[in-house]
Design a protein around this ligand. Structure first.
Ligand SMILES: *Cc1c(COP(=O)(O)O)cnc(C)c1O
Length: 429
């Protein structure tokens, strides 16, 4: 076939030959790097498959229940599969958990009691958690229930402030929350090994403290998960990595039996816990999405590395940079120019399988102090394991981009961002 036909097809899809060649050369140079990512996904694919086999997932597990959802074997078995993958005693994996924030709020609210204190030893948590905790006053926050909060920031070089953490731990400290991904901040994402290091430090001081990890965007990026290095709970969203792009909703909590039980009693009701909660027709997507998740995550990672290399070569500052190790699927690119930021998002939108013909516009998003532009043409609304990008319209005009269900799509999407800039005369190739 050769790539002449592909080049021509791409040309008909808005990719000038110059852009294609520029990108394709960089793609080729990354193959050794991609082989290493493939090795991680080989391992994780086997891990997921083994968990499904060991738990004897059967055809009957794909059928859902209605009403109360008693004896929902597919739901219960899926939770056992998650527990196997994360090497935990138990798991809660439910469509009734509406999103990542809800899963995190549930884990916190069910495991903390009035008078307890929550500690973040890794700085400010994800934006939406500020209202859950009550850092920003909010109805129903932990603060309203008399749960206090302490935060120890990372040191300027990104290291843990061990002295600060030791000083912050006290009689009331009940739960420690550790965010694996940098999210939309500029600190480094934590490797699982580093998470293990800080957990060990904390447990040496106070062994009975519960260590929870916000695992969003981190699942299957490495061969081990935070629960392999001492975390009592990992929490995440099914419209990110572990849903594999197929789960249309949901969240999970995997961890110690007591922690998961507490969460279940809070999600449904005291006395009912995990026994209720019909899965309706959602189980095939949950199982199949989980089965695909290691490979989808690897594809998204390849795309992020590709983007970092392209934009670094064009002279922009990228985080993580072109060569460093990755611990989540998010890529930040700093443009220092609003026109480049909006052009990037236009390119991602134009590359989407859904809503490719619309032009993203900056808007006043609740909770932000400047306008935000977002690009997403996803099968699942708001899914960020699908190719998506967003950035606030303020200095330094950085875009955060993530996802992509197949590397072919991310590759095309990034070419499209370049094509938009190239055609507007904003970059030279
Ligand atoms: C996405 C995310 C959340 C919140 O998840 P939502 O599904 O958007 O509510 C929390 N923490 C981190 C690190 C995330 O990336």
């Amino acid at each position: 076939m050769g790539n002449i036909e592909l080049k021509n097809l791409y040309k008909s899809m808005g990719i000038p030959e110059k852009v294609y060649d520029y990108c394709d050369n960089i793609w080729d140079s990354l193959k050794p790097r991609f082989d290493k990512i493939q090795e991680v996904s080989d391992f994780n694919q086997a891990k997921v498959l083994k968990a499904m086999q060991d738990n004897k997932v059967s055809e009957a597990c794909l059928l859902g229940t209605t009403g109360y959802g008693y004896n929902d074997i597919g739901r219960d078995k899926l939770e056992a599969v998650y527990a196997s993958i994360f090497h935990t005693e138990d798991a809660l994996v439910r469509p009734q958990i509406t999103c990542g924030t809800h899963a995190l709020a549930l884990a916190l609210m069910s495991n903390l009691r009035p008078g307890d204190e929550l500690l973040s030893p890794v700085g400010k948590p994800y934006d939406t958690l500020e209202e859950v905790i009550g850092i920003r006053p909010s109805k129903g926050s932990l603060a309203e229930y008399g749960i206090t909060y302490k935060q120890v920031d990372l040191l300027p070089d990104g290291e843990f402030d061990f002295d600060g953490i030791r000083a912050a731990i006290n009689d009331k400290t009940k739960l420690v929350t550790i965010q694996r991904s940098k999210g939309y901040q500029t600190r480094p994402t934590l490797s699982v090994e580093r998470i293990g290091e800080v957990i060990k430090f904390i447990k040496d001081i106070k062994p009975d403290v519960i260590c929870m990890v916000d695992n969003c965007y981190g699942e299957f990026v490495q061969t081990i998960e935070p629960t392999d290095v001492g975390a009592d709970m990992v929490v995440g969203s099914l419209i990110k990595n572990p849903g594999g792009g197929l789960a249309p909703i949901g969240g999970y909590i995997a961890g110690k039996k007591e922690c998961v039980e507490n969460a279940a009693y809070r999600l449904t009701s005291p006395g009912l816990g995990k026994e209720v909660g019909a899965s309706l027709g959602i189980l095939p997507q949950f199982y199949q999405g989980l089965f695909l998740a290691p490979n989808v995550t690897a594809n998204a990672l390849m795309g992020a590395i590709f983007a970092a290399n392209i934009y670094e070569k064009l002279g922009f500052s990228v985080l993580p940079n072109a060569v460093e190790e990755r611990y989540d699927i998010i890529q930040a690119i700093t443009f220092n120019d609003p026109l480049l930021l909006t052009s990037f998002c236009e390119g991602i939108q134009a590359a989407a399988p859904v809503d490719s013909y619309v032009t993203p516009e900056p808007w006043d998003m609740p909770g932000y102090d400047s306008q935000v532009i977002m690009a997403a043409g996803a099968f699942v609304s708001g899914s960020s394991i699908e190719l998506s990008a967003d950035g606030p319209l303020r200095e330094p005009y950085s875009v955060f981009f993530q996802g992509g269900l197949t590397w072919q799509h991310v590759k095309y999407g990034i070419m499209k961002t370049l094509a938009v800039m190239f055609e507007k005369g904003l970059i030279e190739l």
